[in-house]
Design a protein around this ligand. Structure first.
Ligand SMILES: [Zn+2]
Ligand SMILES: [Zn+2]
Length: 265
């Protein structure tokens, strides 16, 4: 009987997840293309985006770049799971779109990846063009990212695939305070509390879509104070703490919708 009950509960949860997935897609489409406007001296970037180079994404690179430009993003970070080939391809694709004058010359792809460390938790890397080994410990992964010149990001820290409070024990460079993949109320609230947590020290605070579908691009994003748009200036601004996490109106509506669903409360 207990097995039957568990199965029923599981199928209810699966059904609810299906409802959430369908509702998310429908709501995002209904809301249309969000337009991101920033004050003078600031730009908006989405530093955590997946492409079809991730097994769980069907987003085509060219579509992602064109949509990013249309919505007002000046740069996107490509963080495909455990590989950097998606980011490399995105750089090539952006160059070709610039050659055809379809996107601005100064639109940037920030190369990166999202590594699964030993216990399966995800760690983001930005400004990294070479692959790094997966299934290493948290400290070893962060150290490797630094050795190869990248910035280590504690992505969606309080999702089950995030590293949680272990982010305080390793020398991360940045943490996602806002993540489009976090709809669970408790995970989102814990991440928001981080914004004022003294233990963060000088960690940069980011907002990212973690988009696995092109329509989710820019759900959450980061505003950066900078006078120029180059990889060096973005990296410098992030490490100086000149980044602020933001949410789109669509994301706020989705959070309200998700809060009504017990599985996501
Ligand atoms: Zn992840
Ligand atoms: Zn991700």
């Amino acid at each position: 009987m207990a097995v039957h009950n568990n199965s029923w509960n599981l199928s209810l949860k699966a059904a609810e997840r299906h409802v959430v997935g369908a509702s998310v897609s429908a709501l995002i489409r209904c809301c249309g293309l969000p337009k991101i406007v920033t004050p003078p001296g600031c730009i908006a970037i989405d530093p955590h985006v997946h492409t079809s180079f991730s097994k769980c994404s069907i987003s085509q690179v060219e579509q992602i770049i064109m949509r990013a430009v249309r919505m007002g993003l000046r740069a996107i970070g490509i963080m495909d799971h455990n590989i950097v080939t998606g980011a490399g391809y995105a750089v090539t694709c952006a160059d070709e779109l610039k050659r055809r004058k379809l996107i601005p010359e100064d639109f940037l792809i920030i190369p990166g990846t999202e590594i699964a460390c030993g216990s399966g938790q995800h760690i983001g890397a930005l400004f990294l063009e070479e692959p790094i080994p997966k299934k290493q410990g948290v400290d070893a992964t962060v150290q490797k990212i630094h050795d190869m010149g990248g910035l280590a990001v504690a992505v969606h820290p309080y999702l089950s695939s995030g590293i949680g409070d272990a982010l305080f024990d390793a020398p991360f460079d940045a943490v996602e305070i806002e993540s489009g993949s976090v709809l669970r109320h408790d995970a989102a609230e814990r991440a928001h509390l981080l914004a004022n947590d003294d233990r963060l020290g000088n960690l940069a605070k980011l907002g990212s879509s973690d988009a696995h579908h092109v329509v989710a691009l820019g759900m959450c994003y980061t505003v950066i104070r900078t006078d120029s748009v180059t990889l060096e200036s973005l990296r410098s601004a992030i490490t100086q703490g000149l980044s602020t996490p933001h949410t789109s109106g669509t994301y706020v509506k989705l959070r309200k919708l998700a809060y009504r669903l017990p599985a996501l409360r």
